[in-house]
Every structure is written in C-alpha cells, then in structure tokens.
Design a protein around this ligand. Structure first.
Ligand code: SAH
Length: 227
C-alpha cells in the first residue's frame, strides 16, 4: 500500500474523525475539551495511520483503538492521540519532546504541528523503523534517539512541551527539569496493571509546577532501567 489510502481507507478515516469528535464531546466533563481544535483534527486527518501499523493490522488502521506493533508495544488509540495532542497544544514554533516513539504515529502528528520534535524510544528496532517511516513520509523535523526516556533528552532541552506515551509510576524528575517555564508535560501516571491517570503538568513563569488529572487511561509501561 502506498502513500494514498484506498477509498475504503478514506471512508474509514472520515468515520474515525467523526468518532473522535463524538468521544471528545462525551468525555468533556472530565477532560474540559468538548471540541478538539481544527489543527489537531487536520493532523489526524492527514497523517496516514495505515503506514504506521504492521501489514497484518492494516484492516483496522482507521479503527479507534490501539493496535499491536510488535515487541509487546502498541500504537495508541487515535482518540487518545488527539486528546494528548490537544492538551499539549504545540504551536508552530514549539520544540517538543516525546518519550516512546513506538510506531512513530504520535511523533508524526506532533511533527505536523510543531517546529521540531525529538523522540526517545528504548527498543532499537521500533526506533529505527519509526525513523525510516517518518523519513519516507518526509517529516524532516523529527529526531529519534534510542535510549531511556526517563532521562529525557538533556542536550536538546529545554522543551515547550513534553509528551510521554507510556505509563510512568511517577513523573520523571528530568522531564520537569527539561520543561521551559510556561511549558507543559502530558503524561499517564500510575502502575501499568491498573488504569493510569492522564495528567497535564504545567510549569509557570516562576518555575512552579501545577498538575491536573484529566482522564483514566491504559498505557504500556514506561520502563525505567534504573529500577
Ligand atoms: N507513541 C507511540 C506509542 C508507543 S507505546 C505510537 O504512537 O505508536 C509506548 C512506547 O514507549 C513503546 O514503544 C515502548 O518501547 C516505549 N518505552 C517504554 N519505556 C520507555 C523508556 N523508558 N524510554 C523510551 N521509550 C520507552
């Protein structure tokens, strides 16, 4: 399958956008976002998710659910990708750090909205295939590094926004340090056997940290090698 989805994919993608919009309005009481911005919906409409899932999963590429991508990992549910992107709200000048590149799908959504995206992925095979895919799709504002995202990416810090796409038992201190004043961290916090708490953590101009719980979510664990 090439860049252009077949018309069946196109119809499925349209349906997906409608489902995501409906779910945004259903969860608004918890998330505070009844509508996702046009920018985020456009990013979801244009990033070809079928290119980020394994061939045997392509039938479900535009279903609103997570899918296996190998190595025990998953590509996140599109609604969650949209919600986390909306919460991060990267502007066109933003430098963003993502922890957990996985398939590279969320990376691509962020890269279509921000100036530069850095992503850390601990599984070399996933990092390399995500990098290759993003290069083929001409996302030239992305850098992926193999490593432990618990430590962030100090050389490229500070960041306007940081998104963690795996469940952390606690907020990694390095990520708070690498956030600019006025910046925002979106992260699922909790044990991976339970549902986790999706949080938006802001750092104000004085460096004070303010955290808000948004929604119960389920993510694969953020592996912390130091544990
Ligand atoms: N954003 C991804 C979601 C991938 S699932 C997507 O859209 O496809 C979470 C990813 O986090 C997995 O690929 C997993 O290998 C990675 N991960 C887990 N612990 C990590 C760590 N400590 N550092 C970097 N990546 C990690």
């Amino acid at each position: 399958m090439g860049d252009k989805p077949a018309s069946a994919d196109e119809a499925a993608r349209q349906l997906l956008l409608e489902q995501v919009a409906a779910e945004a309005s259903e969860t608004a009481g918890l998330t505070g976002c009844a509508h996702f911005s046009d920018r985020v919906m456009r990013a979801l409409a244009t990033v070809p998710r079928h290119r980020f899932v394994p061939v045997e999963q392509r039938t479900w590429a535009y279903a609103d659910r997570p899918l296996p991508i190998g190595h025990g990992q998953t590509i996140s549910q599109p609604f969650i990708v949209a919600l986390m992107t909306e919460l991060l709200a990267p502007d066109p000048q933003a430098t963003v750090l993502e922890i957990g590149a996985g398939s590279g799908y969320q990376t691509a959504v962020l890269a279509s909205l921000a100036r530069q995206v850095y992503s850390v992925e601990r599984i070399p095979e996933l990092a390399h295939s995500a990098e290759q895919r993003l290069r083929q799709l001409q996302f030239d504002n992305v850098a992926i590094r193999v490593g432990d995202g618990w430590d962030g990416w100090a050389n490229c810090a500070p960041f306007d926004g940081i998104m963690v796409t795996a469940a952390a038992e606690e907020v990694p201190p390095a990520l708070l340090r690498q956030l600019k004043p006025g910046g925002r961290l979106v992260i699922p916090v909790g044990h991976h056997h339970c549902t986790q708490d999706l949080r938006v953590i802001g750092k104000d101009a004085q460096g004070r940290i303010v955290s808000r719980s948004v929604l119960p979510v389920v993510f694969v664990p953020l592996v912390h090698e130091g544990e």
